[in-house]
Every structure is written in C-alpha cells, then in structure tokens.
Design a protein around this ligand. Structure first.
Ligand code: SF4
Ligand code: SF4
Length: 96
C-alpha cells in the first residue's frame, strides 16, 4: 500500500509518545504501515502515507493518537480517480 500517497505534509496525525504504552494496536490496524513500534513506543514511520481513516486513534487504549478523520479519504479517492483504478474505490468507501 505504500504506492498510495496522501498529499505531502498535510496529514493531521498527531502521536503523543508520552501516552503510548506500546501495545502495538495502531501498527496492527493501520492499512498503510504509517505507524510502527520502536523501542517499545509507537512512532510515525511514513506520515505522508496516512489517509486519516482514524483506525489507529479509535483502537488506541490511551488516546495517544489524534487526527481529523475524513480528509484523507477524499484525497485517496481523488488519487484513485486520477490513476483510473476503480478497484480502489470500494476500499476507500469502507474507510469513511
Ligand atoms: S495504540 Fe496507542 S498505546 Fe498502543 S502502541 Fe499505538 S500509540 Fe501506543
Ligand atoms: S489514520 Fe489510518 S492511515 Fe493514518 S496512521 Fe492511522 S490507521 Fe494509519
């Protein structure tokens, strides 16, 4: 999924590592491999891969992750539309 890119530098994803307990849920649920555990704490590995689906924030037990879900979905659909890959549209709709 790393070939799918969000608009560079605009993701609203915020991670508070002080609140992170290293459970790994965010890494597990992220469809784009944006988050990864490093030394027992989550870290942002690929910010521009974030489509703001909100799965990480919803599944974080300590509310260490914040973002404004939704905008990324639109970006995802637009990119897919421009590329002419209609097979992605079902996946995009399921994240909203
Ligand atoms: S889900 Fe939350 S607590 Fe768990 S690793 Fe990710 S940021 Fe840390
Ligand atoms: S909002 Fe979605 S794409 Fe972005 S880091 Fe969280 S789970 Fe991954």
């Amino acid at each position: 999924m790393e070939n799918i890119r969000y608009l560079s530098g605009v993701s609203t994803l915020k991670l508070d590592q002080d609140r992170c307990v290293g459970c790994g849920m965010c890494e597990l649920v992220c469809p784009h491999g944006v988050l990864a555990l490093q030394n027992g704490k989550a870290g942002v590995r690929d910010r521009d891969g974030c489509m703001e689906c909100g799965a990480c924030a919803l599944n974080c037990p300590t509310s260490a992750i914040e973002l404004s879900p939704g905008v990324g979905c639109a970006g995802y659909i637009i990119q897919t539309w421009l590329k002419g890959k209609s097979s992605y549209l079902g996946k995009a709709a399921s994240c909203c």
